[in-house]
Design a protein around this ligand. Sequence first.
Ligand code: FVH
Length: 288
Amino acid sequence: MTKENSVQVNVLGLGAMGTALAEALVDAGHPTTVWNRTPGKADGLVARGATAAATAGDAVRGGRLVIACLLDHASVHEVLDPLAGEMAGSTLINLTTTSPAQARELAAWAADAGIAYLSGGIMAVPHMIGKPGSSILYSGSADVFRQYEPLLGLWGTSTYFGEDAGLASLYDLALLSGMYVMFAGFVHGAAMVAPAGVTAREFASMAAPWLSAMTGELEGYATVIDGGDYTVEGQQSLEFSDLGHILDASSEQGVSTEVIGMVQRLIRRQIDAGHGKEGFPRIIESIR
Ligand code: FVH
């Protein structure tokens, strides 16, 4: 890192994620000031080369770039509202998980205070930061994204979605929806086979390659959804996808049918409305 490339960064929030982000900055040679509400959490970072600020105000006065990684939207306001006046002319990159509406609200708050604002959604857990597979989604100020892109790249792959500050959060939460439903499906399957003496580990060894192979279907589904024509030839029809046999097998195994029943209800609504011959992606009409 040359002196010209180094950026003074101020990190607010040293939970598991804030610490990982700050470590990557310090290790790359950026002068980094850190602050945490509860004292003591900065010690490891100071040993690595960071400077600890006694208050959030001291931290933001240390330089123009402020990274917030706090618990939630309310804690961001709690920390930053009293500092709005002092932060005029600086840049805020908020990596705290918020809803799209909260990200837009913070963007408006920042604009009122004369602060350039970029919102980020972290698609990684702390130990992944700076390693392959870590990805952070951004939206808000294009100028901020462009200016700090090399620095953001220290944490993972950076993807920018546009000026609407809510978009990164929307993508983040939509991707998490896919992940949680997939995990719930895996856990349902593990519960089904457990009474037969199959361990979750044994089941996982079959489920992981199966689910991975099935992700190959997503592109075709997306083409059908975007085209809006669910009658496209070669798709698995909704009638074929009826999950009655899976519900029966679940009940026979003595496990709850809640997870699979939710998918079955989305399918049935479309079959009952006369669309049974159309493809599985049609269940989006049950959702939206
Ligand atoms: N950890 C993860 O795997 C996920 C991955 C995806 C993105 N999330 C989001 O990142 C934000 C921070 O998460 P975290 O893992 O660092 O969370 P914690 O370890 O619980 O640390 C929370 C920090 O927030 C501080 N804090 C909480 N409330 C306040 C407040 N009112 N005023 C000032 N600071 C506050 C807390 O301070 P302290 O309790 O140590 O004093 C921590 O520094 C989060 O949005 C995730 O959803 C992480």
